[in-house]
Ligand binder design. Structure first.
Ligand SMILES: O=C(CO)[C@H](O)[C@H](O)COP(=O)(O)O
Length: 230
């Protein structure tokens, strides 16, 4: 069922793509439905250029005949369409479940608008049930981990950090970094946490996307609803 909802949200977002758009293309299972829907429109004659947010998305989009470029060639984008692991009423997001948060955030920040596509299970009152991905440099991992723990303790949050993939075979991002997943349950002050995390030298980026999403298409049993930030 969730796959069907993801597909419905993705297909709705594909309808918003117009001729000549410079488009950021997200990563994950919902974004893959979007790539498929977009490819159908491209096959029907729509002319757009995309910037993929991961190697995985690049491979799929290339295979399906979508014209791609890089953010260096095309540094300003009209629209990014991407999935999310959670979104709150302000359309603050947790992203990075698929490990692509760094490129996803760079691409979203370079876009005039960002549409989130999701099934209804991603909608929450407060972020944090989904573990927050924190992308870190492998060098000095333990020192960075301790610095993150200090921040979490200062903010009254649980300090449970899990190295994605485990110590013997850590997950490596497209940028060559590791991910620490922070199990926070409920983040009361999203902005304070974001500010403190980026100030840690070994932290490359975190999965909190604040003031980036401009609209969400959320699919459920009642169809696809449009959510705007409150
Ligand atoms: O942030 C992401 C990848 O880094 C994805 O957008 C997020 O994990 C949602 O994935 P899915 O659409 O598979 O549920």
């Amino acid at each position: 069922m969730s796959d069907q909802f993801k597909q419905e949200a993705a297909e709705r977002a594909a309808e918003d793509v117009t001729e000549g758009m410079r488009l950021g293309i997200g990563t994950g299972s919902t974004a893959e439905f979007f790539v498929q829907a977009l490819a159908k429109r491209v096959a029907g004659g729509l002319n757009i250029v995309g910037v993929p947010t991961s190697e995985r998305t690049r491979d799929l989009a290339t295979e399906l005949g979508i014209k791609l470029t890089t953010l260096d060639e095309m540094p300003q984008l009209d629209l990014t369409v991407d999935g999310a692991d959670e979104f709150d009423p302000e359309l603050a997001l947790i992203k990075g479940g698929g490990g692509a948060l760094l490129r996803e955030k760079i691409v979203a920040a370079a876009s005039e608008r960002m549409i989130v596509i999701a099934d209804g299970s991603k909608e929450v009152d407060a972020l944090g049930r989904f573990p927050l991905p924190i992308e870190v440099v492998p060098f000095g991992l333990e020192a960075t981990r301790r610095a993150i723990v200090t921040v979490l303790s200062d903010l009254g949050l649980p300090d449970v950090l899990v190295l994605r993939g485990g110590a013997s075979q850590p997950f490596v991002t497209d940028g060559g970094h590791f991910i620490l997943d922070a199990h926070l349950e409920k983040i009361s002050d999203v902005k304070a946490l974001a500010t403190r995390l980026v100030a840690i030298p070994g932290v490359v980026e975190h999965g909190l996307f604040i003031d980036l999403a401009t609209k969400a298409y959320v699919a459920g049993t009642d169809g696809v609803k449009t959510v705007l930030p409150i």
